[in-house]
Design a protein around this ligand. Sequence first.
Ligand code: NDP
Length: 301
Amino acid sequence: MSAQIIDGKAVAAEVVETVTAETAKLIKETGVVPGIAVVIVGEDPASQVYVRSKGKRATECGFHSVTHTMPEDTSEEDLLAMVQSLNDDPVIDGILVQLPLPKHIDEGKVIQTIAPEKDVDGFHFINVGKLGTGETDTAFVPCTPAGSMVLLKKALGTEDLSGLNAVVVGRSNIVGKPMANLLLSANATVTIAHSRTKDLPQKCAEADILVAAVGRAEMVKADWVKPGAAVIDVGINRVDAPEKGEGKSKLVGDVAYDESAEIAGSITPVPGGVGPMTIAMLMANTLTGACRRAGVDAPTY
Ligand code: NDP
């Protein structure tokens, strides 16, 4: 059997298309323009690439987009003041502080200073609590798990996961735990596995839905995959690729893709699977914030 390849690039493009169309409609009908502010502290090149692509995508969607670049030696106090000023800015619906922050700044404190109704990353305790208690109508859901759910629902052709066993490998606050909560909300029977889990291959092999969010290159092997399972690979790992030439590297997921694609029913590739969904869902969350400000229903994806 050969798995259906879940094309994250195509699905992300569909989400962005919906966001763009709905933004134009929102502006026309209410005058409210979705506003996103991205704050970056320091010169980390990878972070700068992410921030630029977020800004570019926001502009393409028709948003008001601002980027605040602050120097590496910015004090925690100054960063908190910046976040507070964005909290108070009526034209901003989404605030995103690019992580990681320099070591002298307490990331947790910064995240908890973002107003929950502008926390489009979904990391504030209020949004974490709302997701945990099923209050998703007023919450922001973290973008990577939200995007993974969109892919999963496309692959399975249903929003209702009743009767299905889901195993999430990884229990981080930004991926594993929110993913498990989303699967539970969709009626799956959920197991969260992590580095202390016994018999991990066997646990995974019971999964109708297998989500790998570990950060270990190709850890999940084909014999961990239940025949026909939907496999969502969140991992992004850079590994040496001598076959591409000396000193070359490539990106791989947490799942041994080629061998697992022979067993799974559907599978996300890396790159081109979950990755493109993350920025798309950030745009979707920002539009949701703007719709809430305007008092109209936000689109679903
Ligand atoms: P974390 O490092 O925060 O969490 C990794 C989790 O994997 C932990 O819960 C850890 O367990 C578990 N783990 C580690 N080793 C093993 C093992 N041998 N067996 C079982 N479980 C293990 O990572 P993130 O959640 O932030 O990210 C996970 C992956 O997803 C990374 O590759 C990251 O790059 C990628 N990612 C991709 C995104 C995208 O846009 N596609 C966005 C965010 C992340 P324990 O808790 O016990 O230590």
